[in-house]
Ligand binder design. Structure first.
Ligand code: OAD
Ligand code: ZN
Length: 251
């Protein structure tokens, strides 16, 4: 992959860079993406059965067990060269705002700071009734992931209601503070990156529009074409784990 010198120059002089990441970034850590492959999550599970408030009301054990399965996978996964390169970019660029749709904590474990999680995180569940955060034991050792196992959700220590996964479900809104910060960083940046995301899920998919509307350069890093191409200044086709480290080297 040839990265244009003009893009490198724009990054060197940029005051603010914003990056939106998606499941493709964690694919090289062994975590499944949502779409596009036989092993993808939504090829194998119906989101309506596991990722809506209604699904949790109907079958809390199924939904909790499914997210525990994903949490165990995420805990056993390691950050990859793409995550590490983003941390290096946070050190090299004047300002890099990092916004992710991923619910794993691989950005943080790679050392990145101030990560905006638009779709919540697997590690921070809360009470379904009163919102009290639920803490997993810090000494926890991840179990062998087992898909489809039903697990009774823990109970809130304050009100006794069920604890729910700390993710954003279909039909729910992105937490307002996260969204406002993400929108602002898209509108104010000089360069906006979409990394490993299909750009199909709103409102996250609109961020690249906002950036472009305000005159930012827009860059995609993806192994495939996504349909965002007509909104891009640079389309870097290839894996995030190779292209991002190359960007770091060139800066
Ligand atoms: P998707 O699974 O929709 O898209 C993953 C993208 O990553 C695809 O465009 C792939 O081509 C690309 N890709 C795969 N491997 C890659 C690699 N090694 N390097 C670069 N790109 C790669 O995942 P998202 O766009 O993150 O939301 O999905 C958005 C949201 O849809 C998720 O956060 C989730 C899902 O429903 C909720 O559950 C609320
Ligand atoms: Zn409670």
């Amino acid at each position: 992959m040839r990265i244009a010198e003009q893009l490198i120059e724009s990054l060197r002089t940029a005051d603010r860079v914003t990056m939106l990441t998606g499941a493709g970034l964690s694919a090289e850590s062994g975590l499944a993406t949502f779409r596009g492959k036989a092993t993808s999550i939504w090829e194998n599970f119906n989101p309506m059965d596991v990722a809506t408030p209604h699904a949790f009301e109907q079958d809390p054990e199924l939904v909790w067990g499914w997210y525990e399965w994903r949490r165990m996978q995420a805990m056993r996964a390691q950050p990859n060269d793409g995550h590490r390169a983003i941390t290096a970019l946070q050190g090299k660029l004047r300002q890099l705002s990092l916004v992710t749709q991923n619910v794993d904590d691989l950005h943080e474990r790679a050392g990145s700071h101030f990560v905006r999680h638009l779709h919540g995180t697997l590690q921070h569940p809360r009470c379904a009734a009163c919102g009290q955060p639920h803490e997993f034991p810090s000494s926890e050792i991840p179990n062998e992931p087992a898909a489809g196992r039903r697990i009774e959700p823990p109970r809130c220590t304050r009100c006794g209601s069920r604890v729910r996964p700390g993710v954003v479900w279909f039909g729910e809104s992105i937490p307002r503070r996260e969204w406002e910060a993400a929108e602002q960083s898209a509108r104010l940046c000089d360069v906006f990156f979409c990394v490993g995301t299909s750009g199909l899920v709103e409102p996250a998919a609109s961020l690249v529009h906002f950036a472009r509307e305000e005159g930012a350069l827009t860059v995609q890093i993806n192994t495939e074409s996504t349909g965002l191409e007509d909104r891009l200044s640079y389309d870097l086709r290839g894996s995030a784990g190779i292209i991002l480290p190359e960007l770091v080297c060139r800066l």
